[in-house]
Design a protein. Structure first.
Length: 420
């Protein structure tokens, strides 16, 4: 038999384990589990994070929203007629820029010796034509008298021929005259009838012709009278008068300057019809229409106004508009004075509104990040009208929601972002 090692074994007593050592062991195991869990959480979660201090967050609220546009306009006269030179000449002013004038007051005079000389020449022609018409009248009367004389002589000859024919017929019946004399009397009577008829017709035609000549002379005279009247009107207009009560605006030429016909001389401003001329950005062109309410700031005052007219064309990215005051002005204004103006384009009551921010441009008003429990989630929204500071929310949000309104570039289109 093979011998074992039992003869060499010695019995050793097992020491009793201490309780504090067991606690240390359990704590070490728990700490290891926590470390492993933290590592898994840190390296296993792929959700990006952003420091919330870099973001602007606003709350969706219920309220009234007014869409408006703030612009700077300049005061212009609603009625500012420009006065022009009716003819070429040397201008002399009787007023200066800024002078108050009344209607029909002489403002300037144009000196035109050539026009005065032309008027005298045309007046001489008028007098000559007037004498010609009177001469033609006398000639017509003389010719008419001569024609009546010739007609009367033809009638007398006709009467004599008729009487001679009757006498020859009576003698023929008694056998006193022969047939040759009777036929001769008949021929003379027939000839006298023809001559009388022609004389009467010629007199009528001559009378019509003389009337035509008379009318031609009178029409020439009338034409010359109109020409002289027009020259007199132009010469009278050389004294440039104010068409309204107002103030002299600008003198377009210097004193004693030679101006051409229809050249601008000066303008008059109607101070009772002041308006504001403003350039509104093309972005708001579709929302503009005559009659929109406006508000003009004049120092500490706010004056109600309305959009009176809008230019049909866009020039250099803006639309020209005229704004007219609806009430009496608290203080006088000056031409070209600049005023702050606000045009009310639209107004919504009891609607969802959110403060405007760069997120509107980044997401085209369709994307927003809703903040919930330190997490920003990407959602789709629908916006309406916008004012300078707020935008209307139509879909996707409700009152009380917290929304990121700062730039969305840092989110990189992520669906969820943790806010640290």
């Amino acid at each position: 038999m093979i011998k074992d090692t039992s003869a060499q074994d010695q019995l050793v007593s097992v020491p009793k384990k201490s309780p504090w050592r067991l606690g240390v062991l359990v704590g070490s195991v728990l700490a290891g589990v926590l470390v492993i869990t933290w590592v898994i959480f840190q390296f296993g979660d792929t959700t990006p994070s952003i420091n919330s201090s870099r973001l602007r967050i606003a709350e969706v609220k219920t309220g009234n929203l007014t869409r408006d546009v703030a612009i700077t306009g300049r005061v212009v006269a609603g009625f500012s007629p420009m006065l022009y030179a009716p003819a070429s000449g040397t201008v002399s002013f009787h007023v200066r820029a800024g002078d108050e004038v009344s209607q029909n007051q002489i403002l300037a005079t144009i000196h035109s010796p050539e026009l005065n000389n032309q008027l005298m020449q045309e007046q001489a022609i008028l007098e000559r034509l007037d004498i010609g018409v009177k001469r033609q009248t006398i000639e017509t009367q003389k010719k008419n008298l001569q024609a009546r004389k010739e007609l009367e002589e033809a009638r007398i000859k006709l009467t004599g021929a008729k009487r001679e024919l009757q006498r020859n017929e009576s003698a023929w019946s008694k056998g006193v005259v022969n047939e040759v004399d009777l036929q001769k009397a008949k021929d003379e009577y027939t000839s006298a009838k023809i001559i009388y008829a022609h004389a009467q017709e010629a007199a009528d035609l001559d009378l019509v012709a003389w009337k035509f000549e008379q009318e031609v002379k009178e029409l020439e005279l009338k034409q010359q009278e109109l020409l002289v009247a027009e020259l007199k009107r132009v010469i009278d207009a050389l004294e440039i008068r104010s068409p309204i009560d107002g103030m002299v605006g600008n003198l377009m030429v210097e004193e004693k300057t030679v101006v051409a016909e229809n050249a601008s001389v000066l303008n008059v401003v109607d101070l009772s019809q002041l308006e504001i001329e403003a350039q509104i950005p093309e972005l708001y062109a579709d929302a503009l229409s005559p009659g929109l309410s406006a508000e003009v700031r004049m120092g500490d005052y706010r004056v109600a106004a309305r959009l009176a007219s809008i230019s049909p064309e866009v020039n250099e990215g803006s639309v020209s508009a005229r704004i007219r005051f609806d009430e009496e002005l608290p203080q006088p204004l000056r031409q070209n004075q600049r005023l702050q103006t606000r045009v009310l384009l639209d107004e919504r009551e009891n609607t969802l509104v959110l403060a405007k921010g760069p997120f509107m441009d980044d997401g085209a008003g369709k994307i927003a990040y809703l903040v919930r429990d330190d997490v920003a989630e990407r959602i789709t929204i629908k916006t309406g009208i916008a004012s300078i500071n707020e935008v209307e929310i139509l879909e996707g949000l409700k009152a009380g929601d917290q929304v990121v309104i700062s730039s969305l570039d840092q989110f990189n289109n992520a669906d969820r972002v943790r806010l640290n």
